[in-house]
Design a protein around this ligand. Structure first.
Ligand code: SF4
Ligand code: SF4
Length: 86
């Protein structure tokens, strides 16, 4: 993958900290291991999940979003949302 391709992220997720309760289910759901638990507490008092993908490995498979019981994850591929909550 070239540097320009890395800059042009094709897929990714956004985790809404207001919904995330830090249950960790999305961590085990991600086949690429791109989600971790933050070390600081969110405004809601939980340790929220965070998307960590420096090498742009996310495939937008949406397994993380499907696993999340709190509908906290939105998945993007290119500029189109492909899963998750509204
Ligand atoms: S969409 Fe798939 S690859 Fe991307 S973070 Fe979620 S589970 Fe991992
Ligand atoms: S599954 Fe949902 S609620 Fe649980 S840690 Fe992941 S984003 Fe947060």
């Amino acid at each position: 993958m070239s540097n320009s391709e890395k800059k042009e992220r094709r897929a990714g997720i956004v985790i809404n900290e207001d919904y995330c309760k830090g249950c960790g289910l999305c961590l085990s759901a991600c086949p690429q291991h791109l989600i971790k638990i933050e070390e600081s507490v969110s405004a809601k008092g939980y340790y929220p999940a965070a998307f960590v993908d420096p090498e742009a490995k996310c495939t937008a498979c949406a397994l993380c979003a499907r696993m999340c019981p709190d509908v906290a994850i939105e998945v993007f591929k290119a500029k189109n949302k492909v899963g998750g909550n509204e």
